[in-house]
Write a protein that binds this ligand. Structure first.
Ligand SMILES: [Zn+2]
Length: 275
C-alpha cells in the first residue's frame, strides 16, 4: 500500500496522537499498526486505507480478505461461544440469538428506521411494516440492491460514509438506528455516534453490536481471535471504551447489562438514546 492511500488517525476516543506510542506488536501483522492509546487505553488501527480505497476495494461484504485462519478460529472458538449461549439460555432473560429487527420492534416507535452500513439491505428487509427503512452504505454496488428493496416502502439509501451520511438527515428524524457490524469498520466512530445523536428522535433508540475486545476469547486466542480483521476492523472496543465514547457523543446508555457483554461472547450489544 503506498503512502498516499493511507490515513493517519489520532485516538478516536480521546484524540491523542499516538505516533510516539509503540506498536501493539502481538496483534499487529505486517503493515497494520494497532495502537493502545497511551492516554485512554482505546485500541485502534492507527494507519488505515482512505475512504476512496475503502469504497473501491474493501466494501463491507467482508469477502475481500483471504482470511486463511478463519476455519481454525471457528473451530477453536465454538466451545467458548457455546458456553456463552448456554449461560444466556439458562437465564431465560434473553433469546438464544438476538436479531436487530426484533429489537427494533420491541424498542422503537413506528416511523423511519436507519441501518448504518446496510449492505444489500437484508436487515432492512426484515423490519416490520410499521417502519420506513432507510440505509447508509458506502458501496454503491451494494446500495443499489438495498435501494430497490426499500423504495417500495417509502425509504431510501444514501451512498456515503456512515459518519458523513448521518449528518445529512434532519435532526431527530429516526425512531431507531441500527449499527450492526459497522462501528468497528468506521474510521470516524466519534463522528458517527455524534451523527446518530443528531439524527435520533428524543425517545429514539440506537442499537449497537460490535466485537468485544475485552472478551475471554481474545485473551485466550490472541492473534487468532475472530474479531481481528486488518484493515477493515479499525476500532477495538471494550465495554468500558464503548460506553465512554457514547457518553462523549451525546448518547445515554439505556441497556448494557452483563448479559449484553458476556465475557465468553465475541460480541456485545448496547442500546442507547439521546442524552
Ligand atoms: Zn485515547
Amino acid at each position: 500500500m503506498n503512502a498516499q492511500s493511507v490515513v493517519h488517525r489520532v485516538c478516536p476516543l480521546c484524540r491523542q496522537d499516538n505516533r510516539a506510542t509503540p506498536v501493539f506488536s502481538a496483534y499487529s501483522p505486517g503493515e497494520w499498526d494497532l495502537k493502545c492509546c497511551a492516554g485512554c487505553g482505546f485500541v485502534y488501527l492507527e494507519s488505515i486505507p482512505d475512504y476512496s480505497a475503502t469504497a473501491d476495494t474493501l466494501a463491507w461484504d467482508h469477502t475481500f480478505i483471504a482470511w486463511h485462519e478463519a476455519r481454525d478460529k471457528a473451530a477453536a472458538q465454538q466451545m467458548l461461544s457455546k458456553m456463552g449461549r448456554g449461560i444466556r439460555h439458562g437465564t431465560h432473560l434473553v433469546r438464544k440469538r438476538r436479531r436487530m429487527d426484533q429489537m427494533i420492534a420491541e424498542l422503537a416507535a413506528p416511523g423511519p428506521v436507519l441501518d448504518v452500513g446496510c449492505g444489500k439491505g437484508s436487515q432492512l428487509a426484515r423490519l416490520p411494516a410499521q417502519y420506513i427503512p432507510y440505509g447508509i452504505e458506502i458501496s454503491a454496488g451494494q446500495a443499489k440492491f438495498a435501494q430497490d428493496l426499500v423504495a417500495q416502502r417509502g425509504g431510501a439509501i444514501m451512498v456515503q460514509p456512515g459518519a458523513t451520511g448521518l449528518r445529512q438527515f434532519p435532526a431527530g428524524f429516526f425512531t431507531g438506528i441500527m449499527m450492526r457490524s459497522y462501528l468497528e469498520h468506521e474510521s470516524q466512530p466519534r463522528e458517527a455516534l455524534e451523527g446518530a445523536a443528531h439524527a435520533l428522535a428524543p425517545d429514539g433508540v440506537l442499537i449497537i453490536k460490535v466485537p468485544n475486545y475485552g472478551s475471554v476469547n481474545r485473551r485466550v486466542f490472541g492473534r487468532r481471535w475472530c474479531g481481528f480483521r486488518f484493515p477493515d476492523h479499525m476500532n477495538y472496543f471494550t465495554p468500558d471504551t464503548l460506553v465512554r465514547l457514547c457518553a462523549e457523543c451525546g448518547l445515554a446508555v439505556r441497556s448494557f447489562s452483563w448479559l449484553d457483554r458476556l465475557p465468553t461472547s465475541d460480541n456485545m450489544w448496547l442500546v442507547a438514546g439521546r442524552a
